[in-house]
Design a protein around this ligand. Structure first.
Ligand SMILES: Cc1cc2nc3c(=O)[nH]c(=O)nc-3n(C[C@H](O)[C@H](O)[C@H](O)COP(=O)(O)OP(=O)(O)OC[C@H]3O[C@@H](n4cnc5c(N)ncnc54)[C@H](O)[C@@H]3O)c2cc1C
Length: 413
């Protein structure tokens, strides 16, 4: 068990080994037991494209087991009861999980360790009113209650100053109205971080004016409208939600009124680095698959790995992965050293998400027709990899951030 303190004293390698042991002992039997459910998209998603209560029930069991064993809270701050793993520790764990387990083992990837900022022991919880936090934290830490992060809207994705959701002052607090889109995990979350405009003038001048509220999802007026089917799937974890006259008190403000974007960007930055490590792990899994197949499959009287064109593909994959792995590690070390790493985090997010797409594409090519089938998990990895270039800032937005930093004189590389 990884205790709620002192994870830093444990080497990431030991944590990873313990985590693998946990997955084999606790998650694999649940996967076996619920195989029919997990292989049937019509049971994972309901008719609105939302993850079904049946799937959520198994996911909750995994979360609770993981919390009990100390893995669910690995990335969380010590003040919240987390293991406070360093950035270098987080990227090591994240890479190892995605390297070891095929991408369609959704319970392993979605429920054992939550997203580093939109769910679980999100750092945003540190900014919560102490009494509210005390009332909610146990269930969140134990994996019973989950969270969602409701920033994006139909007209506000990359450009967050285009938010339309408003919180208008009323007696005793605010009233929130608006619609949010792409919100992961909203369907079954107990609480939501809801971002709303509280000072339209400041928003117009792009100098703040957006406030984050911690909202219980059973509050009157909070509703989940639909899931968003995407990439050949009949549903997804992403949802559209509506807020209609949702009343919130001043105690529900997260951080300071009008200063939510700094909070959001801090969280997103953490998400970008973790996602980059996910990409490296997934790409390594695909390379392992490609190498194994290149040694096994024979054409024209020899293993395909003996054809130079296949060798070049494998070598190109390894070159890209090696560089990305090194860059992620270096950026995590910068974060741990408390150094500014906005540019570097954008560099690795853009490069790693693009790299993993190319690697999965080539791994499928090496497998020929077999690569396209559902049997090997490569197509699931390909679809997942393609998705990663959009959330937490698109590739274009990362380049915009990198260029802005360069033009302001941040030329360190
Ligand atoms: C699977 C998934 C899960 C998500 N989960 C969440 C969540 O939990 N919570 C949440 O709040 N949001 C979530 N999002 C939303 C995500 O953050 C947005 O989709 C993303 O920020 C892009 O916004 P958009 O889709 O509106 O695209 P747009 O911002 O409309 O961009 C469209 C295109 O224009 C490009 N573009 C935009 N501005 C510029 C520019 N200045 N220069 C050059 N190119 C530009 C973009 O890169 C993109 O190619 C999720 C999205 C996905 C796909």
């Amino acid at each position: 068990m990884v205790g709620s303190s002192g994870a830093e004293a444990i080497e990431p390698k030991e944590i990873v080994e313990a985590l693998f042991g946990f997955v084999d002992k606790a998650v694999a039997p649940l996967e076996d037991k619920h195989r029919d459910l997990l292989e049937d998209p019509a049971r994972i998603f309901d008719e609105r494209g939302l993850t079904s209560p049946e799937y959520q029930d198994v996911s909750r069991q995994v979360r609770e087991l993981s919390a009990e064993a100390g893995f669910y809270t690995l990335y969380g701050a010590e003040e919240l009861g987390g293991a406070n793993l360093s950035a270098t520790g987080i990227v090591a764990v994240q890479e190892a999980m995605h390297h070891k387990y095929r991408p369609d083992r959704i319970l392993v990837h979605e429920s054992v360790i939550p997203s580093p900022f939109t769910n679980g022991l999100s750092p945003l919880l540190l900014e919560l009113n102490p009494q509210l936090l005390a009332e909610r934290i146990d269930a969140i830490r134990d994996g019973v209650a989950t969270l969602c992060f409701a920033l994006s809207e139909p007209d506000a994705g990359s450009d967050v100053f285009n938010l339309r959701t408003k919180a208008n002052p009323v007696e005793g607090g605010w009233m929130i109205n608006g619609q949010k889109q792409w919100i992961s995990n909203a369907a079954h979350a107990s609480h939501a971080f809801v971002f709303a405009v509280t000072d339209p003038d400041a928003v117009r001048e792009r100098r703040g004016g957006i406030t984050c509220f911690f909202v219980d999802t059973d509050t009157e007026g909070f509703s989940v409208d639909t899931g968003i089917p995407m990439m050949g799937s009949r549903g997804s974890n992403a949802t559209i939600i509506s807020l209609t006259d949702v009343r919130v008190s001043p105690q529900q403000i997260v951080g300071e009124e009008g200063a939510a974007l700094r909070l959001a960007l801090g969280g997103i930055s953490r998400g970008r680095l973790t996602m980059s490590a996910t990409c490296v792990g997934l790409a390594r899994w695909a390379l392992d698959m490609a190498v194994e197949y290149a040694n096994a499959r024979r054409t024209f009287g020899r293993a395909i790995g003996e054809h130079q064109m296949i060798q070049a593909k494998l070598a190109d994959m390894a070159m890209e992965i090696y560089l990305c792995h090194s860059a992620v590690l270096r950026t995590a070390e910068m974060v741990d050293a408390g150094r500014a790493s906005i540019k570097e985090t954008s560099i690795v997010k853009a490069r790693c998400t693009e790299m993993v797409g190319k690697v999965l594409d080539e791994a499928i090519q090496v497998h020929g027709g077999l690569g396209l089938t559902n049997e090997l998990g490569l197509e699931a990895g390909y679809r997942y990899a393609r998705m990663l270039r959009i959330p937490d800032g698109t590739s274009e937005i990362q380049r915009r951030t990198i260029a802005k930093r360069l033009l302001r004189g941040d030329l360190d590389l």
